[in-house]
Design a binder for this molecule. Structure first.
Ligand code: PEP
Ligand code: MN
Length: 263
């Protein structure tokens, strides 16, 4: 049902004043993790000012090490709501388990399913039974077919508001954090009517590579990008090395202008 064969026209996913899919190239931006009110509001203001349509920020963080920062939890969700109301920008945040759904739905506009949970079927069904838009990330070693079938779980449970996200896959290459599979974007755009966005932050893991790969995402036909940004990345509690600084985010938006404004 996510197939182009059953629906030829592009699905446009709307939340708050943002829309992803169709003619527009959407930029979703914000920190990897919500860390404090000052951190979130300051970066939110910068990304909004330069044209981001939605604010990202994790409150529940799936960290490789249990000793690393695990996120602010519901306090982080409340800060997302605060930023959203103050700056009139909708939010995207990761839900890691079914038990978080109630709070997530209360405070956040679009629910992210992280790469590590792409095949958490209980979670897919739970977000499917809800009408909130879902940003579904491709699993670390998932095939495109597996991504589409994960989306099918959400669609089949009753929620057609799905954004697919290519965020890099694990390969033998170690120079970058992941290998951003732009083939997947071109392929998905032909196979499915769902919008497809690219995450060049996790896709590369290297701040300096985020702008070039964002241009590549736009060129290959993605419907948008989701990028990490932090005003003081050296002090970030997660993924600082791949976060765009404020000036870099401004430069990114400058370079994407032909795509963002073609809308
Ligand atoms: C994130 O968006 O911060 C994140 C953890 O992403 P992924 O699930 O793609 O690793
Ligand atoms: Mn991150």
């Amino acid at each position: 049902m996510v197939s182009r064969e059953v629906q030829a026209h592009d699905t446009v996913v709307r939340f708050g004043n943002a829309s992803v899919g169709g003619d527009k190239f959407a930029v979703i931006a914000g920190p990897c993790s919500v860390e404090s009110e000052a951190q979130l509001l300051s970066v939110a203001e910068v990304v909004k000012q330069h044209g981001a349509v939605a604010l990202r920020g994790g409150a529940y963080k799936p960290r490789t090490s249990p000793y690393d920062f695990q996120g602010m939890g519901v306090e982080g969700l409340k800060l997302l709501k605060l930023a959203s109301e103050q700056l009139n920008i909708p939010t995207v945040s990761e839900v890691m388990e079914v038990g978080q759904m109630k709070d997530m739905c209360e405070y956040v506009d679009c629910l992210q399913i992280g790469a590590r949970n792409m095949q958490n079927y209980a979670l897919l069904k739970a977000v499917g039974e809800n009408k909130k838009p879902v940003l579904l990330k491709r699993g670390l070693s998932a095939t495109i077919e597996e991504l589409l079938l994960a989306a099918e779980y959400i669609y089949d449970a009753g929620n057609p508001n799905i954004i697919l996200c290519e965020r890099g896959i694990r390969t033998y290459e170690t120079a970058t954090r992941n290998t951003l599979d732009l083939n997947a974007v071109a392929y998905l755009k032909q196979r499915t009517h769902l919008p497809v966005v690219v995450d060049p932050s996790h896709g590369t893991g290297v701040r300096e590579l985020v702008i070039p790969l964002s241009r590549a995402a736009a060129a290959v036909g993605a419907d948008g990008i989701i990028v990490e940004s932090h005003l003081n990345p050296c002090e970030a509690l997660s993924d600082g090395h791949q976060a765009l600084t404020g000036p870099m985010f401004e430069q990114l938006m400058q370079e994407l202008k032909p795509f963002v404004e073609a809308a």
